[in-house]
Structures are given as C-alpha cells and as structure tokens.
Design a protein around this ligand. Structure first.
Ligand SMILES: Nc1ncnc2c1ncn2[C@@H]1O[C@H](COP(=O)(O)OP(=O)(O)OP(=O)(O)O)[C@@H](O)[C@H]1O
Length: 282
C-alpha cells in the first residue's frame, strides 16, 4: 500500500519580522532599518549585504540582543530575543577582541568556564579541538600580540564556535585583512562550515565576499535598510571568483543594490535566472 508522505518544511531557527531599529541622539532620531524581515534555517550561511550605513551591523546587534527593536520581532527557535545570550555569539572585525593577558588556549577556554558550560578539563579539551579546526594547535600557548591579524580572527572564531552557539554572528570579520589573507580566511571558514555545519549570519558590504561565503544573501537598500531582494547563492565557492557567471551575478547584485525600486523591473533579473533572485518591491 502506498503511503502518502507529506513533506513538512523545517521551522526557521531565526525569524526576523518587520524589524525597525532606531538610534536616538540629542539632536535626532536615526532610523537604521525599516520593516526588515527574513528567516534563517539551521546550517544556513546567511549573508546581510548592503551599502555602508544600511543597518547591517545594527541588525546583527539587535539579533545579538544588544539593540532593542522599536517595533517588530526577533525570534530564535520561537523564543523572543530581548537580551544577549551564549546562543548568539559575535565575531567582530577588530583584532583586539582577545584579552592580551590570556594565551590563545585560555582565550578559547574562557567563555566556556565563565558561562559554567564546562569544567576546566572539558573546556581545555573542547578549546583544543576548535583550535585544531582553525589550524592553530601549535599556537595554543602563544599570546595574542604575537599573532597576525588573520590568526587572531581564527582564535576569535574558535572561541565562539567552542561555545556551540545556535547562530554565529560575524560582523565584517575579514574586512581589516589584506586581500590574500581575506581570501584564505573565506576559504577556511567554508572548510570549517563543511566540517561543523554551524549556522552563520555574516555581514559584509563586499558583493564578492557575500557570493563566496553565503548560501543565501539578503540584499538591503541604502539607509535606512529595507529588504531589496533575497538570493540563493549556495552554488558559488571560492574557486568561482573569476568565472563569467560569478561576475554577471555580482553585476546584477550591484544593480539591485543601487537601483531605485520605484523605477520598475528594468534592473530586476529574471525570476528563473541562476541563481534564484527574489526581488522585493518597495
Ligand atoms: N550608535 C549610534 N548612534 C547613532 N546612529 C548610529 C549608531 N550606530 C549606527 N548609527 C546609524 O545607523 C545607521 C545604520 O548603521 P549601521 O552601522 O548598522 O550600518 P552598516 O550597514 O553596518 O554600515 P557599515 O557597512 O558602514 O558598517 C547609519 O545611518 C548609522 O549612522
């Protein structure tokens, strides 16, 4: 007898709905995002892409629980996000994220111990495992000031992943690195993801980086950020940089980012084009 198997779509891990974020200064109110909504599923490499000032960092801060919403909702596994938590850890662009008085190993162990997530021996084992994953086993006893920028970022990534957050938040983590190191770090991040399959929310204003790092990309319009389009980009990897398909897609994204949504479909790519674009109107 044939069974009627029904496919039940997985629930999103993270849901952002009609999110409005603002900053209040003495002189004025600055709207950072306008009605932004998206869903992130487990093991997505979800990229927020948009021009400077469109509210990418603000979105990450809000999801991290550091910036309250003016209106709208953020839910992680169905629970409203209202404050920071170890289930959402952030890696920043700056190289000074690591306390300089702790060795590399101690830096990675620290959040595990401070949060009570692991005892000392367990934290050490866990930290060593993730240091190995980012290729820094040999530097466990080194101090941060003896490391290059790329190595410091690897430590910050290992430290965050060792905590096994539900979502890893990365705010332009490679932007301060030279071009070659940046490329290498992107490659390593993808290799790490292949192994660990963590859920990544990654902010960048580089179209190329978004295409390489992301499996899905949310395009945000200039200030205040609104959702302009969503793109499926899982087919691009580190070796696609120079290909004409990659370049064409990068060009289309550029047009979408900077086109006027009021001007109609002239710049909107075909719905069936590869990769899949879902253009969102005004
Ligand atoms: N602490 C703050 N006080 C006031 N306004 C702020 C503050 N932080 C950000 N903003 C404003 O909010 C808007 C969004 O800023 P945000 O840093 O989120 O953008 P972004 O897309 O991450 O930019 P970038 O790519 O340059 O980092 C901008 O207009 C910015 O000037």
């Amino acid at each position: 007898m044939a069974h009627n198997v029904q496919h039940i779509p997985a629930a999103p891990l993270l849901r952002v709905d009609a999110l409005n974020l603002e900053y209040h200064t003495h002189q004025r109110v600055i709207r950072a995002t306008h009605n932004v909504g998206f869903e992130v599923f487990a093991a997505d490499r979800f990229v927020l892409l948009g021009p400077s000032g469109c509210g990418k960092s603000s979105l990450l801060k809000a999801i991290g629980g550091f910036l309250p919403a003016v209106s709208g909702r953020i839910e992680l596994e169905g629970q409203s996000v209202t404050q920071p938590g170890p289930d959402r850890l952030m890696v920043f662009q700056e190289f000074d994220q690591l306390p300089p008085w702790k060795t590399v190993l101690e830096n990675v162990m620290f959040p595990l111990l401070a949060s009570g997530k692991a005892h000392r021996a367990e934290a050490r084992e866990h930290a060593r495992y993730f240091l190995d994953k980012v290729g820094l086993s040999a530097f466990a006893d080194a101090y941060p000031h003896t490391l290059s920028g790329g190595m410091k970022q690897r430590v910050a990534i290992a430290r965050a992943l060792a905590m096994q957050p539900k979502v890893l938040l990365m705010d332009e983590p490679f932007a301060a690195l030279d071009a070659l190191t940046r490329r290498k770090m992107q490659e390593e991040l993808l290799a790490l993801w292949e192994e660990v399959r963590f859920t990544l929310l990654f902010v960048t204003h580089s179209i190329e980086e978004a295409l390489v790092v992301g499996s899905r990309i949310l395009l945000l319009s200039p200030h205040p950020g609104r959702v302009r389009a969503e793109i499926n980009s899982h087919q691009y990897g580190i070796n696609d940089f120079g290909s004409s398909d990659f370049q064409q897609t990068a060009q289309r994204i550029h047009e979408l980012l900077f086109s006027d949504p009021e001007s109609g479909p002239a710049t909107a790519p075909a719905e069936t084009a590869k990769p899949r674009f879902k253009v969102v109107g005004k």
